[in-house]
Design a protein around this ligand. Sequence first.
Ligand code: SF4
Ligand code: SF4
Ligand code: SF4
Length: 182
Amino acid sequence: MTVENLSRRHFLRGQFLTSLQSEKVKTQGFQGIRPPWSVDEHHFTQNCHRCGDCITVCETQILIKGEGGFPEVQFDHAECTFCHKCVDVCQQPVFRPLTELAWTHKIEMSNHCLTLNAVECRSCEDSCEMRAIRFKRQIGGVSQPQFVLEDCNGCGACLRSCPVSAIKLSLIQQHQVEKTND
Ligand code: SF4
Ligand code: SF4
Ligand code: SF4
């Protein structure tokens, strides 16, 4: 293969990876979500050996080899059950105690939500076992979703239930959760 062909191949591969990442951002809100109970990003990438054991044991197969070979969560076909098999199998110091919150991300809704456009839809409510999404009746209009962030565990089940991908994940600080529930 010529040098020219090789660089073209690298260029196309780069474009392919970029488009994959953009797709993930589109469906999840941000990329590079580490497995539940992971330590901070710096400590994680310093200590994870990229062995892939967590990916192999994940019962819903939401863990994939992401950028640099590090495990990442992809919620496009399933959610996290919090079985903590990924934590149990890992030999490296990259996980926090299971008594702590698994993630600091929560859901947020974009203005693509059908109910904001006067179309009846409650798909996300049905997908949430935690009942973190509730609908409030509107006089003369369609019911609107209300997110109870305190109850959201970040499992990701609602993401793929939305027909217009209006639900995303975002990192949220604890005080913001408390403020939302005042
Ligand atoms: S099992 Fe641990 S060390 Fe191996 S890839 Fe997963 S997080 Fe990294
Ligand atoms: S807790 Fe279970 S379902 Fe969730 S990422 Fe880990 S192995 Fe997969
Ligand atoms: S991420 Fe999980 S817990 Fe949170 S609202 Fe969606 S389905 Fe419910």
